[in-house]
Design a protein around this ligand. Sequence first.
Ligand code: ADP
Ligand code: MG
Length: 397
Amino acid sequence: MATKISVSNAFKIFGDNPGAAVELLKSGASKNDIQEKTGQIVGVQNTSFEVKEGEIFVVMGLSGSGKSTLVRMINGLIPATDGKIMIEGSDIASCSRQQLRDIRRRKVAMVFQHFALLPHKTVADNVAFGLKIKGMGAAERRKKAEEALAQVGLESWADSYPDELSGGMQQRVGLARGIATEAEILLMDEPFSALDPLIRRDMQEELLELQRSLKKTIVFITHDLNEALILGDHIAIMKDGRFVQVGSAEEIVGQPADDYVAAFTADIDRSRVFTAGSVAAPAEAIDLRSGGARDAIERMQALGRDALYVTDGERIAGAVTYRDLTAAAREDDGAALKEALISDYPAASRTTQLFELYPLAQSGLPIALVSRRGRLEGVVSPEAVFAKLAGSEEEAA
Ligand SMILES: Nc1ncnc2c1ncn2[C@@H]1O[C@H](COP(=O)(O)OP(=O)(O)O)[C@@H](O)[C@H]1O
Ligand SMILES: [Mg+2]
């Protein structure tokens, strides 16, 4: 995938002597030190990352950590003090004003937390607002606005006025406005932070759903780690203007870079972050066509497992347990294996979230991870699931 946004060693210092502050930062001074000694305020320091096409890159941090400053630098609203910011290969710093305006009109759309709808304009006109600036005709603007409203489920509200809409619906209009611009990059600065938790949860789902068809490149800002983990393909944890850690949800929660990140992740529902693939053991199986009960027993002994999957060539035939086989082992070895076969075994995929495995774990059999083509990709033992949830698997591995 193409790189849409590339930020390298970006700094933003607020104050009249930013150069001095950058030098101090480079020699190891903290944001607080610098503020006390020089009065300069560190907005963003030495931040580097890339966002690939179609990806949701989430920046998570507490209030004042530099998130808004960072997104404003990306769309050129705030010039960086130092470092480089590239949008689709063009350097924001060396763009003319005209080029910058062009980028903001055509390439980058912004959705804010307090998305101000114009109260005397209809919902459709609010959505189409950015299009008029682009010089688009009235009929086409209306069409684009209606399409965007349909995507966020508000098509029947096109001719209503903002004050007829709930907070959640207004925020959706904000999203529709971002979509209508057809900009490939969406910068979303805490767009859901003012919404109450249930509506917020809906909006997160809706954004993910939309993203499946839109495939925009999104930088999403939040101060809520849960939201970050739900939405982010990659997540950056920001503190005092810099990234403390960048990684996938599983990496952030599984291997927090320091105590600061660990403290955030402590309350996270791990069963919704980790997937079956992260606790899978290799797909050991015995082939029905070449092995019998005795082979299966030997394999289980060697592996230290009390159940084993049986395949019939590529496909899974079922599972057998050590207990059944040792009880049944007799003359016809092949027939014994077939007879002991349990065909309604628990199955999931690598991307199934751990909480969805709970009911499957009750069968007493290891869970088969099955590919879309019916192949066994791994097995998950209930013990591995619970170790992951407890965060105790790192020592074991
Ligand atoms: N225009 C400004 N002038 C001076 N300091 C600012 C300005 N904008 C932001 N800051 C400071 O920069 C830091 C980062 O702010 P901000 O990017 O708004 O954080 P966040 O969006 O994470 O809450 C804060 O310490 C804030 O006080
Ligand atoms: Mg902010």
